[in-house]
Design a protein around this ligand. Sequence first.
Ligand code: SIN
Length: 315
Amino acid sequence: MLSISNSFISFYLLFHMLSLSGQVGGLKLRNPIMLAAGVLGTSGASLKRAAKAGAGCVVTKSIGRDPRDGHPGPTVVQVDCGLLNAMGLPNPGYKEFQEEINIAKLTGVPVVASIFGSDPKEFSEISSALRADAFELNLSCPHTECYGDELGRYPELVEIVTRSVKDRVDVPVWVKLTPNTADIVQLGFAAQRGGADAVVAINTLRAMAIDIEMGTPILGNIFGGLSGPAIKPVAVKCVYDLSANLDIPVIGVGGISTWEDTVEMIMAGAQGVQIGTALYRGYEVFHDITNGLLSYLERKSITLEQLRGMARRQL
Ligand code: SIN
């Protein structure tokens, strides 16, 4: 009788410990698998769809102060190992976008506004006006003049921009970092000094493709950013280094397509992960990853907390 009740208690404890819910970058999430900033975050309807498909939270497409058309087409091209994009930060401007965020918020899933600006003043103007559950500062778009990594490759600017937003808002502030740098950890330290609640690593890698019949670059912008499976090992290394050095959490993004990729990223030290390019396969990816992750934790009898950073502790 005693052993039956003991097994029941162990089962009950394990079941509750293996829940995927918890804090990620200052937000309480039902699971740590999020929609990454990108083409699926352009409207309230698509954000809502990702939330309903099981995402723990959703990040909008990057929003700026003024409406922008973006770069000339083609803006996206499929390459052997992933996707190349040079969208050029097209968006309707933050005043038009609030309604889309409001629609997505009706799902009850946190909505993170990805924002960009050309200087700290623009970042601070947008973040003080937009109402979202958190902000992700795009300091890493690799192909748009005056924005993204044109600021984000300089630690001093990362720190100033982060502080300019952090001083204005009372919700978590995440900083999305560029891998197109000699030392991403210095950028992470700068975000931390500026008061960031988390860093997000990584944005796309600067890349290009050439049409060999025409002898011309394929993308309208000539070059763009590479995402998808090819960049996952780069992202894993960046997350590993950042989480080994920073005191704030790291959110992993870059080429994550499966639950196995997710386990790897969490083992590298990620507190949560974001899914972007893999969504071209369909929204089911959220359920596939959360189910796979839970089964893995059950099979190994470990918690998410024990999994986090495991690859570092094993050394
Ligand atoms: C874009 O809209 O050009 C992509 C944004 C990014 O790479 O951060």
